[in-house]
Each structure stands twice: as C-alpha cells, then as structure tokens.
Design a protein around this ligand. Structure first.
Ligand code: PRP
Length: 214
C-alpha cells in the first residue's frame, strides 16, 4: 500500500454530501467520523487521513501541501484563488452565486454590495462596468439590504427559501456552484496513483445535474 493520502474535508453541509459520495464510491468512512469533533482522523483502512477544516480554508491547506487533496465549493475556489489543481467536478452541493436585492431596487448614486465573497463580487461588478462599494460580511448576508447596510448582496442561493422568507429577489445568477476535488501540485505528481484511483472511483458515482423542466 502507498503513502497515506491526506484529505482536507470541509466541515458542515458539504461534509455530509461528500461523505455520502465517498461511501457510494466504496470508501468505507466509519459512521462515527460524521459525529466526531476530532479534527485529524486517521483512516488506515482507506489509506487516508481526513483533515476536517473550515470550508474556506481547504484551498489554503491544499496549496501549502499539508493536505494532498481537498473538497471545496467552486464559490470558495474562485474567491480564494489559490494555486491548486482542480481535478473533478463532484456534482454535489449544487447551488448558484447570485446578485440579490429588494424588489424595489433602483440603480442609485450610492451603490453598496454586501457579501462573503468580496473578490468574486468586485470582479463581477467590474466586468459589468458598475461602480460599487463592496462590504465584506461573514454570514447572514440577507440582513444587509433589510436593515439598510447595502443596496444589494452577492450570495449563494440553493433552494431560494432564505430569499423568500426575507422578501428579497434574485436579480442575476452569476455562476453555478458545485463541490470540486482539488489537489496540491506536488502531491498530484508524487501520489498520482492513489489520487487517480480515488478519482476513478468517485467519477463512477458523480450525480448528474437535475434537468429542470420549463
Ligand atoms: C447560505 C447562503 C444563504 C442560504 C441560501 O447561508 O449564504 O443565506 O444559505 O440557501 P437557500 O437558498 O436554500 O435558502 P448559510 O446557511 O451557509 O449561512 P450563512 O448565512 O451564515 O452564510
């Protein structure tokens, strides 16, 4: 058996979906890992070690090589812009990045946009030729237009329930998000056989996008 593959797994909602995909692919992650608060979890039967990280930090661990591979949303990948290989679109945690506002929004002189994704938002508005002030928040972004901090927000939309419950509207969808498998550039060469084997297993169980009927 080869060297241990260090895998940066995002804690939280992506973990559940990623663990289900691994299990479907035949990788027997013990159930207790799901409930554990341990941050480094050796999985010798799988030839792996899980590093349970904040989703936004996964590309950092992978770029620096303390994790060989990782699972991360395309939203974080674009925002963090780290030097990593994107190996596979895992097709899980599908949602979209959108511009959102109050239903009566009008282009005004003072344009402020609140978001957890300042780089993504700044780039989008620059490309649109719109001058906006981007304000970074760390969560509950929908609050910003409700209490007058910003005119619009750039945020993830999954079911649309949060928007609906807060009387906001999706004005523009910027890009689709799914989780991706990423690799450290050196690990990709040094542990190529193990990484390729994992990719082959995962590739067989990647869910197809749902076809939306008009
Ligand atoms: C995300 C996102 C939206 C919500 C969208 O927030 O920022 O608020 O989910 O999901 P929906 O369309 O299914 O309602 P998250 O729950 O991750 O928490 P946060 O507000 O702290 O970022």
């Amino acid at each position: 058996m080869g060297e241990t593959l260090k895998v940066a797994m995002p804690k939280g909602r992506i973990y559940t979906k990623a663990a289900a995909l691994f299990r479907q692919a035949g990788l027997a992650i013990p159930l207790e890992v799901d409930e554990s608060r341990k941050l480094v979890v050796p999985l010798p039967e799988m030839g792996m070690e899980f590093i349970l990280a904040k989703p936004v930090d996964v590309p950092t661990y992978v770029e620096y090589g303390v994790a060989d591979i990782g699972i991360v949303g395309k939203d974080v990948l674009l925002e963090e812009d780290r030097d990593v290989f994107e190996l596979l679109d895992l097709g899980i945690a599908r949602c979209r990045m959108s511009v959102i506002g109050l239903p009566n929004w009008q282009p005004g002189i003072q344009q402020r946009v609140a978001t957890k994704y300042p780089n993504v938002a700044s780039q989008y508005f620059r490309e649109q030729g719109q001058q906006v002030e981007v304000i970074k928040l760390n969560g509950s972004i929908e609050l910003a237009p409700l209490i007058g901090l910003a005119d619009r927000i750039v945020d993830m939309v999954e079911t649309g329930q949060t928007l609906k419950d807060n009387g906001l509207v999706e004005m523009m969808s910027i890009f689709e998000i799914t989780s991706r498998l990423i690799a450290n550039r050196v690990s990709y060469r040094m542990k190529n056989t193990q990484i390729q084997e994992l990719c082959d297993l995962l590739q067989k169980v990647i869910p197809l996008p749902e076809i939306k009927m008009k």
